[in-house]
Every structure is written in C-alpha cells, then in structure tokens.
Design a protein around this ligand. Structure first.
Ligand code: ADP
Ligand code: MG
Ligand code: ZN
Length: 491
C-alpha cells in the first residue's frame, strides 16, 4: 500500500493523537576526528584515514579535539540550550563489526548542552519544540554490504568514518504530526548550516534521523508505547514513515492489538515500516564514565568567546527582514532558507534600493533559473550585485519589468551586466519624448476607431492604445510616459 491510503477510517483516526520525538545525528565538519588527528571527509579510499586510536588498538588513548567542542557549543547555543560548564564522556558498549573499540565514546547524564528548543512555523502557527539534550560522540565505521558472489555473502568494513565527530540532538516528545516533524528537521538543518558546523548533506550521511512515535487517545495523559523508526534517509521519507507508522499503530490498537516497543525500518519502495528488532533484543549499553578522558570543562570566558562568533540565526534574520525590508513573513522564510541565499538577497536589495522587488527577483526568476540548471545560489552566473543593478534600472524607470525579464536570461547566459547587454542589443528604454511622440502619432493614425471611442467617453480604450505603442516600440517605450503622452494628445 502507499502510505497516503488510510488504514483506519478518518473519524477513528481523529480520536487519536500521535506523539513524536526525534533523535538527530549531525556530523560536525571539523578537519580532523573527535579523538585523534585523522582527517575526516568523504570519499577517501577505504581504511586510509585511520590510526591506532580510531582503530581501537589496545593502549591507544583518545585526545579530545578542541574544534569539535567549539562546534558543539555553537550547535548548543543555536538550539537555545544551556551549555554545561562540566560535561562527562561515557562509554556506550555494544558489539558491531564497524565499531573496532567495542564502544562509542559518547555522553550520558551530563551532556555538553541541554534544555533547549527549536521554534517551528507550521500551518500559519508558531510552535516550540523542546530539545532535551545535545551530546557529543564518535561515529562508527561503515559496513558495505556487497551482496552474494558465488553463493557467499560479502560485506566490507570501511573505518574511515570511525571517529568522525557527531552531535546527537534529542527532542522532547513535543511533536504531534509528520508536518511538525518535517518542519523541525528543516529548521534544525538550517540552524546547523547557518552556524557552519555541518553541511548536513543527507546523501553523505552528515545528518541522520531516528523517529520515535506513539499514539494515544485524545485527552489521555499517558503516552502510548513508542516504536523507533531508524535511519530514514530523507526528510520526506521521515514524514512518510511517520504517516504510515501512525496509521499502523492506530489500526493495531483498534483491532485489539498492542503496540510493542521495537526498532523498525522504513522501506521507501513500499512506503511501509517493518520490525528490525524488538525490545527484548534491544541493547543494554552498560554506560559508564570514560576513564581515558577528563571531564570537559567549558569556562564562562571560553563560552563567551564562542558566543561572540555566532552569526545572526534564521529566526532573528527572518524577523529583521520583515521589519527592515517590509517583506512578508513567508518571503522572509524563503529568503533565509540558506545563509548564502539570505546574503545574496541582502546584497541585491542594497544595490537595487528596492528590497521588495529584489526579493521577488531572487525568489522568482533567479530561483527558477537555478532550479532549472540544478545550481546552488553560490554558483549563480548572475551575481547579487548584477541582479541589484537590474532592479535599480527598473526602479529608476530606465527599463520596464517586462524588458527586465528579457534581459535577465541574457545576463544569466553571459554573466554580463544589464546595462552592457542593453547597449549591445539596443534595448534601452525609450524615455525620449520626441521619439515617443513619433511612435504615438503613428499608432493614433492607424487606429482611428479607437481614438473616436476614447473621445466619445470610453476612456478605458487607452489601455489598448498603450499596448499598441509598446508593441510598435518592441517593448522599449517607457509605459508610464506613453500613458501620459497619450492622454495629453487625446484630451
Ligand atoms: P530511549 O531510551 O528508548 O532512547 P528516550 O526516553 O531517550 O528513549 O527517548 C528517545 C526519543 O523518543 C526522544 O526524542 C523522546 O522525545 C522520544 N519519546 C520518548 N517517549 C516517547 C513516546 N511515548 N512516544 C513518542 N516519542 C517518545
Ligand atoms: Mg533512543
Ligand atoms: Zn585516527
């Protein structure tokens, strides 16, 4: 079935309330690993970025990477968390082929950051989702399942990723539907990208999400039993997996069954989740304090230094855009989707002297052209300055919006400025009265019937005449001047 089909009737569905909490792993983009000096990074030949520490050799000792701590503190601040003055590393023990130490060095009851929140905006409503904690840990290696060869099953282990710094961000169970989950993830990713701690490229595994979900009867106080859907690899799939899982749980309860606590996986081909392991088989991680690392102490002075490097974050930026440029909240949201886009917009707005028109161009023609060619805004052949200049020409009345729409694709394909293109192609707007007079006289001579109508009191026909003049000038006449001159002549 597809997850959009209902497993339960809508009226039954409406008597239940979903409860969702998300656990998000974000790889921190430091140059080197969290407990050793090996390079991080994606795509190196297998098992080349490794050393005795990240290979878990006996006797090799971890050393905490200072940059990792700074990145984690930034993330904590962006998530409105309290950053602990002292946090403790803890061993999380489990056996897996891609975990050579036999444990992750994580944090447990004293994480680097806690008690934060992320504000989301869904269906015209603002909502605050609590962030329980953000803790540091090392990533495991990667198992590469290569399938069968001569009836033998091949799996390879690549330990390059082992020791890549992660922060795990755990939400409170405050999320109530899949749209809120999607908005939370989008906001979280945006925050991490803005502060530059991670590119959050899900295809490279830089952001990974586990979704916990339960349902309860509306009005019930107690949460239902949750299932955890692990390793879903896009935000859209998280949303679809949650929609399916909510339906499955309600249908199960309605048919007299009980939700069991378990880990499930999502199959994007069927749109369904399926059981991976039950609670009985769940891990007992036997957490204990890591004896090889001292407590992490972050002084107020250091915290202050890191705080002073924080950029303006999306929520503040959005509010400022609305206030300073008079643009709509929705537009402010679009223009702050990435830091690069917000910077592009502000530069174009500044150069143009007309922020609202600049906003429309960034979200309209520019975004369209970028999308058509699969380009990032940083790769745009039309720079923010150039777009600002184009908008300035419209503002000054030197070109019409229509002409600008013709010029823009030429700027895109050549990278040249609007003025240069206009000169080269003879596209300058005609704002010269005598030149316009000549064209207008010709148009009036050709359309005596409409002139009669106008004089007879049907003044709306002027629109037709303006159109004819614009056409005769190949769109280059200044429409406002044409209007004025026509009126003068006809009246
Ligand atoms: P676990 O120990 O099983 O990992 P936690 O209490 O640490 O469980 O919670 C993990 C995540 O699950 C958190 O994001 C939390 O908000 C969420 N969560 C906890 N209980 C529920 C529930 N009953 N329904 C949905 N989500 C839940
Ligand atoms: Mg968990
Ligand atoms: Zn190493």
């Amino acid at each position: 079935m597809s997850s959009t089909e209902l497993l339960v009737p809508a009226d039954v569905f409406a008597t239940y309330e979903p409860v969702i909490g998300l656990e998000v792993h974000v790889q921190l983009g430091t140059n080197t690993k969290i407990y050793c000096g090996c390079p991080t990074g994606f795509g190196a030949p297998p098992n080349t970025n490794v050393c005795p520490v990240c290979l878990g050799m006996p006797g090799a000792l971890p050393v905490l990477n200072r940059s990792v701590v700074e990145y984690a503190v930034k993330a904590g601040l962006a998530l409105n968390c309290t950053v602990r003055n002292e946090s403790i590393f803890a061993r999380k023990n489990y056996f897996y082929p891609d975990l050579p130490k036999g444990y992750q060095i994580s944090q447990y009851d004293r994480p680097v950051a806690e008690h934060g929140f992320i504000d989301i905006f869904v269906n015209e409503t603002h909502k605050r989702i609590g962030v329980t904690r953000a803790h540091l840990e090392d990533d495991a290696g990667k198992s590469i399942h290569d399938g069968y060869r001569d009836s033998d099953l091949y799996t390879y282990v690549d330990l390059n990723r082992t020791g890549t710094p992660l922060i795990e961000i755990v939400s409170e169970p405050d999320i109530r539907n899949s749209d809120e989950a999607y908005a939370y993830l989008t906001e979280l990713k945006q925050l991490m990208q803005f502060i530059g701690v991670s590119e959050c490229d899900m295809e490279k595994g830089q952001l990974r999400c586990d979704a916990n979900v339960s349902v309860r009867k509306r009005g019930a106080e107690k949460f239902g039993t949750k299932a955890e859907v692990k390793n879903v690899n896009s935000f859209r799939f998280v949303k679809l997996a949650l929609d399916y899982e909510i339906q499955r749980q309600i249908a199960l309860i309605e048919s007299g069954g009980k939700v069991v606590q378990e880990t499930r996986l999502y199959n994007p081909d069927t749109g369904e989740t399926y059981s991976m392991r039950s609670k009985e088989a769940a891990h007992d991680y036997r957490y204990f304090p890591e004896p090889d690392l001292l407590p992490l102490r972050i002084s107020d002075k250091w915290l202050g230094e890191i705080r002073s490097t924080m950029p303006e974050l999306p929520p503040a930026k959005r509010a400022r855009f609305v206030e300073q440029y008079g643009i709509r909240e929705y537009d402010a949201q679009v223009l702050t989707l990435t830091r690069e886009m917000s910077e592009y917009f502000e530069k174009a707005a500044e150069v143009s002297g007309d922020a609202r028109t600049a906003a429309n161009w960034v979200m309209g023609d520019l975004a369209g052209a970028l999308k058509a060619e699969g380009k990032e805004i940083t790769e745009s052949p039309v720079t923010a300055e150039r777009l600002g200049e184009l908008v300035a020409l419209i503002k000054k009345g030197e070109i019409s919006g229509k002409l600008a729409k013709e010029i823009f694709p030429k700027m895109w394909s050549t990278g040249d400025g609007a003025a240069a293109i206009m000169d080269r192609e003879g596209l300058r707007q005609i704002s010269d009265t005598s030149a316009l007079d000549t064209i207008i006289d010709e148009v009036l001579a050709k359309n005596p019937a409409q002139v009669e109508q106008y004089k007879g009191g049907k003044t709306t026909v002027i629109g037709f005449l303006v159109g004819q003049v614009m056409k005769a000038s190949r769109g280059q006449a200044n429409p406002q001047m044409v209007n004025e001159l026509l009126k003068k002549k006809l009246d």
